[in-house]
Design a protein around this ligand. Structure first.
Ligand code: ZN
Length: 215
């Protein structure tokens, strides 16, 4: 556990992302970005792109192999597909974040749970909605494997993945410093078919310290 010295009252940007909603925003190099799990047990599906060239994006495989650990926490550097550090996690009161579980989608809901679940709101739809404004220069083909902040996806001794009840609690947070100008895309996961949100999706808060970027 690494706590932050930053005070909420000094943040230049503060926004509550409601349960199930998307959020997209630019974060400038040197700014500090915090995600707060307001009610606990909320999976926050997150992607990062270089604002200068959106072909450069967060890469789960490069991040995992460089740090030799599948979980993210304070000290983790989030690397791009060009192996450049995009952000560094500087504080974390949850302790562990998932790199492997991916984003829920209408298709995976149908395959995993039931054909009746296909219509349910899913993270992939939220990502698509977030990137639909052409000003971001992002599209469907840019969606890559994402980070699941606060989500508990333990790997069993046999090498299997499981989606388990969360390890996060109300007001736990993760905070990162941008090492380059990035576009952050979040889906505040609406999943109701597994315990990743404690069967009850809830709001999160996003905060930025440093000069704000209009968007
Ligand atoms: Zn989801």
């Amino acid at each position: 556990m690494t706590e932050s010295a930053l005070q909420e009252s000094h943040a230049s940007y503060r926004h509550t992302v409601l349960a199930g909603d998307p959020w997209i925003h630019e974060i400038k190099a040197g700014q500090v970005f915090r995600i707060v799990d307001l009610k606990g047990n909320q999976a926050v599906d997150t992607l990062f792109y270089s604002a200068a060239d959106t072909q450069e994006h967060y890469s789960a495989s490069d991040t995992i192999t460089a740090q030799k650990n599948i979980y993210l926490t304070a000290g983790s550097k989030l690397l791009s597909n060009r192996r450049n550090p995009m952000l560094t996690i500087v504080a974390d009161t949850c302790g562990r974040h998932d790199t492997l579980g991916g984003a829920c989608a209408a298709e995976s809901n149908q395959v995993r749970y039931d054909i009746q679940k296909r219509h349910m709101h899913a993270c992939r739809s939220s990502f698509l909605l977030a990137v639909s404004d052409p000003k971001w220069n992002l599209s469907k083909r840019d969606l890559v494997p994402n980070i699941n902040f606060f989500m508990n996806v333990p790997v069993t001794p046999e090498g299997k993945l499981t989606f388990e009840d969360g390890i996060s609690q109300p007001l736990k947070y993760v905070e990162m410093r941008a090492e380059m100008d990035v576009i952050c895309v979040i889906s505040n996961c609406p999943q109701l078919n597994n315990p990743c949100n404690g069967w009850n999706p809830t709001p999160i808060q996003v905060l930025i310290w440093g000069p704000d970027v209009p968007c």
